[in-house]
Design a protein around this ligand. Structure first.
Ligand code: 5RP
Length: 288
């Protein structure tokens, strides 16, 4: 592997423990002002130091994230459809490699819609993106998107993940499901698990724990962090599972303790002030 590619990947998946905590804030690219993500800058600032990488669109990166950050950016480069449009699976690549380089992207993320009307287009786009990005040492994260008509079971997800890996994706993002081990074991590249729609905090921590136990390197979590009553407490609890080897009980106790120390404000944001000190080292020994 080229040094640049390896180095970028190391910023996303910690090579010391092979674990990853990616914070997803890219939802607006097809959902518009998603609930509790209406003001991305406000959401991102207090959470940035607790994630290993941030997944977002170029518009939000330029407008809402300080260029002084040292957190790796996972840039969403696919789009073209909206939640009120004809078909969500009709996506194309919307960002050039040149612009991704200007944004110092650590990885490029795009969705593949296996089994959808636009399956062919999105899989071919993934192959092309890998070929282009590989020339510059930029890894590609393939997002196995699911729709109403697409399944979310181990049979479907292992098919989708394997196809994405066969096209050359360096990391695959998918969903947790029953028999998740089957999905992880048949995918030759690292898998991260999306959080999905908001569920109770303890359940989201259980999902994190189960995903790692089932073979994922970590999570790419969005709504279950920033739609939580206490986003900072939640990301720290998730981090304690990903990097601190906490079990669910310990992580949930941590969430409750941190929540009581920093009760939420009227506007739903956590009262903990954004801390601009360097992020903690991502070592398993670290207290998350
Ligand atoms: C949207 C995405 C999201 O980044 C992904 O689903 C993770 O966010 P969440 O945990 O809210 O599901 O790729 O297409």
């Amino acid at each position: 592997m080229d040094w640049g590619l390896q180095n970028r990947l190391a910023g996303i998946i910690n090579p010391q423990n092979n674990r990853a905590l990616m914070l997803a804030v890219d939802h607006g690219y097809f959902l518009g002002p998603t609930e509790k993500l209406e003001d991305p800058a406000k959401v991102i600032a207090p959470l940035l130091k607790y994630c290993d990488s941030l997944m977002l669109s170029r518009g939000v990166q330029r407008a809402c994230v300080s260029a002084a950050t040292r957190t790796p950016m996972v840039l969403r480069v696919s789009g073209g459809s909206s939640i009120i449009g004809e078909d969500l699976s009709k996506e194309d690549i919307t960002v050039s490699i040149q612009d991704a380089l200007r944004l110092n992207a650590s990885a490029l993320a795009m969705s593949v819609f296996v089994g959808s009307k636009y399956e062919h287009q999105t899989i071919v786009n993934l192959g092309r993106l890998v070929s282009d990005a590989q020339q510059y040492g930029i890894p590609v994260l393939a997002v196995t998107a699911v729709g109403k008509e697409l399944g979310k079971d181990a049979r479907y997800l292992s098919l989708a993940c394997r196809i994405a890996a066969e096209q050359g994706a360096h990391i695959v993002k998918t969903y947790y499901c029953e028999n998740f081990e089957k999905v992880a074991n048949s995918c030759p590249v690292p898998i991260i698990v999306a959080g999905g729609k908001k569920i109770p905090e303890r359940d989201a921590l259980q999902l994190t724990y189960n995903s790692i136990k089932g073979g994922a390197v970590g999570v790419d979590m969005g709504r279950n962090i920033w739609q939580s009553e206490n986003p900072v407490a939640m990301i720290r609890a998730v981090r304690s599972i990903v990097h601190g080897n906490s079990d669910v009980n310990r992580a949930y106790e941590m969430y409750k303790k941190l929540s009581s120390e920093h009760p939420k404000r009227q506007d739903g944001q956590n009262t903990q002030r954004p801390n601009t000190s360097p992020a903690p080292e991502h070592t398993p020994q670290n207290t998350p």
